[in-house]
Design a protein around this ligand. Structure first.
Ligand code: ME8
Length: 517
């Protein structure tokens, strides 16, 4: 049987600057979901990309004294390297300067033109270059951009317009009929009241600069960068390319667009209206997460309070980095991040709970069982053993229900219930005492088997967040490639750890960090 398609996207990031913790955050969250869905049997397509056109990028190039194409070609590899460093398992990374995108975007615009959704008009109003957003006079905040507080420019141009206003009622009906389209609920309410307040037609082309995609029917105009950017979600999977029609039909609509809450109007108002105009289905869910805050402020490249992911990866390692952001910031809400918080999570959850559990058990298996997994216990399990097994057996369903809500915190907590219970089990059963006499030998074997099996299963559920560590734990248990798992519920079945598997001790997975935060 064909595996169901699961298409998940991140925003495509502006290449005016390099990746930072905020852009990495969305990408890691999408990656964890993509990895989990691969483990649960879906045919995953995980797309990320780069937003390379527009005034902001052209400005960055000019500030650096190079032409825009050279600039984007210099910055793009920095994103590719950052995603490699963060173990991001994307299937495709689209750049909006690529031919496949330009052609697809032009084909889409032609469809909108032919359907009568575009018309020529005159634009007079304000524009914020850092946000690449149009504002009317009364939307400004003391003459500044209401989004980012920076200066805006007055522009006066003959442009092409998209009849966004014509979609107001259809959009409202859609939000009503499909409450899961915009998530979480708070964002949905925000979007509904924005649209209910009335929509204006949108200027979708510019003539005063050239760094963009020419409109196919009026090449003196370049496409408004947000129109261009949103189209990446369909051009990447073959929209407008007859040779890729099957692929497009199979992948679209996407299951998830992951975005930050700063860009929901584009994704939940303009994008669905564009799709309706082109006669395409809407993505299943646009999920908007909150902002990462440092000392109460939104972290951003332009505010200059952005931290480089490489610094934190250098200090904590890639998996601890991924873990921290998924575990500490409830997905959907704003979250404060700090070095102190990261050191605490690292030492508490990773060094003490998880790393310690793995190394104690592997050490004991080596010491008491010649490094071989003991036989599966026969007969009725002791209460403690049954308790561990019960928690492990409940994990597939609990984990699934939390991941279906993108509740990463809850999903990780469910795994930690098993990790912590197993640590307590080792304390209570004290294998080091059981190893002292022959009579307690069968009990020693049963305890070690039960705990090792719990570790095998916990590693499976840690894999979406911490892929390299889970792969290493499986390797040390003498098991196969965890990245090849496509039937998680089956793999997580109790008792699959083979007797006699040769384990290896290895170094501490998360050596404690002693320095001050
Ligand atoms: O908006 N906390 O690109 P961008 C959490 N090119 N997430 C953050 C963040 C923070 N402090 N700062 C940024 C664009 N992000 C457009 C998108 S999509 C068709 C075009 C994340 O480089 C968050 O996902 O400014 C936000 O939506 C995205 O980076 C903005 O990235």
């Amino acid at each position: 049987m064909d595996r169901p398609s699961f298409y998940v996207t991140t925003p495509i990031y502006y290449v005016n600057s390099v990746p930072h913790l905020g852009t990495a955050y969305t990408t890691i969250a999408a990656d964890a979901l993509a990895r989990y869905r691969r483990m649960t049997g879906f045919d995953v397509h995980f797309l990320t990309g780069l937003d390379e056109h527009g005034q902001k990028v052209a400005q960055a190039a000019a500030d650096n004294g190079v032409d825009p194409q050279s600039w984007v070609d210099t910055v793009a590899p920095k994103f590719v390297d950052a995603w490699k460093m963060l173990d991001i398992s994307y299937d495709d990374l689209i750049r909006t300067t690529e031919d496949r995108h330009v052609r697809g975007a032009q084909a889409f615009l032609q469809v909108l033109k032919d359907s009568g959704d575009l018309y020529q008009g005159h634009y007079e109003g304000w524009y914020c270059v850092p946000d690449e957003t149009f504002y009317t006079e009364d939307q400004l905040d003391d003459g500044k951009c209401p989004g980012c507080g920076r200066d805006v420019q007055f522009i006066r141009e003959d442009n092409w317009f998209f009849r966004l206003s014509a979609y107001q009622e259809r959009l409202l009906a859609y939000y009503e009929a499909d409450p899961g389209f915009v998530r979480p609920e708070t964002r949905r309410n925000e979007v509904v009241s924005f649209v209910a307040g009335g929509l204006k037609d949108l200027s979708i082309s510019r003539t005063t600069f050239t760094w963009g995609i020419p409109l196919p029917f009026d090449p003196a105009h370049v496409m408004y960068v947000w129109f261009d950017a949103l189209l990446n979600y369909v051009t990447a999977i073959g929209y407008g390319d007859p040779e890729r029609a099957d692929e497009f039909a199979r992948r679209w609509p996407a299951q998830y667009h992951f975005v930050g809450k700063d860009i929901i109007r584009f994704h939940c108002v303009i994008w669905p209206a564009m799709l309706m105009a082109a006669g395409l289905e809407l993505p299943e869910t646009v999920f908007a997460h909150g902002f990462l805050l440092t000392k109460g402020e939104k972290m951003s490249k332009s505010k200059g309070n952005a931290v480089a992911p490489a610094d934190l990866v250098g200090r904590f390692g890639v998996d601890a980095y991924r873990y921290y952001f998924l575990r500490d910031v409830p997905f959907g809400a704003d979250g404060s991040i700090s070095m102190e918080g990261m050191v605490q999570r690292y030492n508490g959850d990773l060094a003490n709970d998880w790393g310690n559990l793995v190394s104690r058990l592997l050490n004991m298996t080596e010491k008491y069982c010649d490094g071989l997994v003991p036989g599966k216990p026969a007969g009725d399990p002791a209460d403690d053993d049954a308790d561990i097994r019960r928690i492990a057996e409940s994990l597939p369903l609990v984990f699934e229900s939390r991941m279906a809500e993108l509740d990463y915190v809850g999903a990780i907590e469910a795994v930690w219930e098993l990790v912590k219970r197993t640590n307590r089990y080792i304390e209570d059963c004290a294998p080091w005492n059981l190893a002292k006499t022959d009579e307690t030998r069968p009990r020693l074997d049963a305890v070690l088997y039960t705990a090792l099996e719990a570790v095998r299963i916990a590693a499976l559920f840690c894999a979406p967040a911490m892929p390299a560590t889970s792969a290493e734990v499986w390797r040390r248990l003498g098991l196969g490639d965890i990245a090849a798992v496509t039937d998680l519920a089956m793999e997580a079945g109790w008792g699959r750890l083979p007797e006699g598997s040769a384990v290896v001790k290895g170094d501490a997975l998360f050596p404690r960090i002693y320095e001050e935060a």
